[in-house]
Design a protein around this ligand. Structure first.
Ligand code: ATP
Ligand code: MG
Length: 201
């Protein structure tokens, strides 16, 4: 029997409840057997700041996803050298899971808005459908303007519980010594404190 699997890529610097809620909502609505979180090795779209080491970001994804049996963390991007592209990741995971698995790439509307600038978007939609989850501050209607129809038709919008939070904001709070409680799982907050990850943001 064929099953559906979600792939959620991101820098996850650090992972927070916005990411986890998006994955869980996609899992429920699309009846996904599981969601694979893939931290970027060398994020191609992040300029102007140096992310925490990939191994640290991966550890935080493992900690954050441990309590959900349908969630898992993948090292596919962090073990690869060079920039991380969704198309390579989805193709690699697709080869691992075989042709009977339907793949969905989950990303926020803010990210999908930039879809035309991603590496080989046409090739990506041959392998998976894109789930654009809602995010406070971004309108799903922007997608109609930003995307040509041959890409737009592979993008499905999904309204999720709103979390007006970002990793950037969490890094700023950590740098200021402010609490991350209720923004990310406690295990992640403890890991950040123990390793002083964002002390000089
Ligand atoms: P940063 O502030 O560093 O850009 P971020 O919070 O946007 O971090 P990313 O790792 O860049 O997190 O995002 C990974 C994916 O999760 C992206 O597709 C992004 O759109 C989505 N995402 C992040 N935060 C939210 C949120 N609060 N609600 C919905 N989607 C989100
Ligand atoms: Mg982002």
């Amino acid at each position: 029997m064929s099953e559906s699997v979600g792939i959620m890529g991101g820098t996850f610097d650090p992972i927070h409840f916005g990411h986890l809620a998006a994955a869980e909502e996609a899992r429920i609505r699309l009846r996904l057997a599981r969601v694979i979180f893939v931290p970027n090795g060398q994020p191609p779209h992040k300029r102007g700041y140096v992310p925490a080491p990939a191994a640290r970001r991966y550890d935080m994804v493992v900690l954050a996803t441990a309590s959900n049996p349908a969630f898992e963390a993948s090292r596919v991007e962090i073990d690869r050298s060079g920039p991380s592209y969704a198309v390579d990741t989805v193709e690699t995971i697709g080869r691992q899971l075989g042709p009977d698995t339907r793949l969905y790439f989950i990303a926020g509307v803010d990210a999908v808005r930039q879809f035309v600038t991603w590496q080989s978007p046409e090739r990506l939609v041959e392998t998976c459908e894109i789930i654009a989850v809602s995010r406070p501050g971004y309108s799903p209607r922007d997608l109609d303007r930003a995307l040509p129809s041959h890409l737009r038709e592979h993008v499905h919008t999904l309204r999720i519980p709103a979390f007006g939070i970002s990793s950037r904001r969490l890094r700023q709070r950590a740098a200021a010594g402010e609490s991350l409680r209720y923004l990310t799982p406690q295990a992640v907050a403890r890991y950040i404190a123990a390793h002083r990850l964002y002390s000089k943001c």
